[in-house]
Design a protein around this ligand. Structure first.
Ligand code: FAD
Length: 359
């Protein structure tokens, strides 16, 4: 039984946690209740982003998350979700060589996403009903009676019956409105939020014309001793696509140390420094037709919220729930854990019933 009729529930963030939370809520809310996702960026994915070449040859590159690494614990706990993604052709066991793999191991099965990592997030958005409003930067969260009012940078207002905020924690702490009072009035929560930290790094996507081959024995390689580059992947090879008529692409990730050192410098200048290191490391790499740079100010969670609770409930009525990889850990299963925990917290706060066959 729902305590009050819910008309609209909003998720802020169209990344993996936001999309999977929205899909889980869609399953338990009555048909008439709107589940809407707002994101400040122009596309779906967040840190699971797949970037397109601007030359129009439809090549793509994953600039953030690369491999979906599933350990034996999560293979059991999230089995039905993994199986669903595999049956949809969105997840596939990796067969390419990962040289000097930092994350592999006997307990881990590595998966790739044939259509790019953002395809996983898009799948959950579709399950949620597909309602995403892009370029909606939420700056203010207020409790107004039994409702939550969200205000965006453009000055637009959205009134809803509850919200799950899934942006990185430093961005939650920048929000204005009565959410500040909610955080300030719970000193332990505030302290734990302030202690969350992320690594930072740059990524560079390289696009090649069709017919140019990148002949390396590996699909991805980690570099331990380079002052700048820590990882390079031949994106199409990593995704199991060889001899593509579209053209190859590659991604370079810098080390966290390099990311911290150059964080506030001009993105274009940093891109040139990275390319200089790449040419030294891989002298036979052909010249790309396009180079795209990206700064990940919040890359992977370095220090999670204390005890990794999955989510934090700031208010029960109306529900204001904080979720995201910071409340678990930085990978697909971390995001799913957080989304499931946010769904359960939502159920507790609202009295909505879970179906008997729920995960
Ligand atoms: P996010 O993806 O950050 O989503 C938050 C969303 O909120 C974003 O879309 C953002 O635009 C939006 N937002 C922020 N502020 C606002 C606002 N004020 N208003 C509206 N919208 C807002 N994981 C793996 O599983 N395997 C890997 O190999 C891997 N490698 C990685 C490599 C890199 C370089 C990076 C950056 C990440 C990697 N990760 C990897 C981690 C993984 O990408 C993250 O754990 C996951 O994507 C986090 O999802 P999320 O939804 O919690 O947060």
């Amino acid at each position: 039984m729902i305590k009050t009729a819910m008309e609209k529930f909003v998720i802020v963030g169209a990344g993996m946690t936001g999309a999977s939370s929205a899909a889980l809520l869609r399953k338990i809310l009555p048909v008439g209740t709107v589940v809407k996702i707002l994101d400040k960026s122009r596309g779906t994915g967040g840190r699971m982003s797949t970037s397109r070449s601007s030359t129009g040859n439809s090549a793509t590159v994953d600039l953030g998350a690369q491999y979906i690494s599933i350990n034996s614990h999560y293979a059991k706990v999230h089995q039905s979700i993994h199986e669903e993604l595999i049956s949809q052709g969105l997840l596939k066991a990796s067969s390419g060589v990962i040289e000097d793999d930092k994350f592999g191991g006997d307990d881990i099965q590595q998966y790739i996403t044939p259509a790019g990592v953002s395809s996983l997030v898009k799948y959950f958005v579709k399950q949620a009903g597909g309602e995403v409003a892009f370029e909606e930067h939420v700056t203010k969260v207020d409790v107004v009676g039994t409702k939550v009012k969200l205000t965006t940078l453009k000055g637009e207002e959205e009134l809803c019956d509850g919200v799950i905020l899934t942006m990185p924690v430093p961005q939650i702490l920048q929000l204005e409105g009565s959410i500040r009072h909610l955080i300030d009035s719970q000193p332990k929560v505030k302290e734990n939020l302030e202690k969350v930290s992320y690594s930072m790094r740059f990524a560079v996507g390289l696009f090649y014309d069709a017919g140019v081959t990148l002949s390396y024995p590996w699909a991805a390689k980690y570099f331990k001793d380079n002052p700048c580059v820590c990882y390079v992947a031949i994106d199409d090879k990593k995704r199991g696509i060889e001899n593509s008529s579209v053209g190859s692409s590659a991604v370079v990730h810098t080390s966290v140390h390099f990311g911290m050192k150059h964080l506030e410098e001009d993105k274009e200048e940093v891109k040139n420094i990275i390319m200089k290191h790449v040419r030294e490391l891989l002298p036979d790499l052909p010249e790309p037709s396009e180079v795209k740079g990206h700064k990940w100010r919040y890359s992977q969670v370095h220090k999670s919220y204390a005890d990794e609770p999955g989510c934090v409930v700031l208010s029960h009525s109306p529900p204001i729930i904080l979720a995201g990889d910071a409340f678990s850990h930085s990978n697909l299963d971390g995001c799913l854990t957080s989304a499931l925990s946010a769904r359960d917290a939502f159920v507790k706060s609202t009295g909505v019933k879970l179906p008997s066959n729920h995960l």
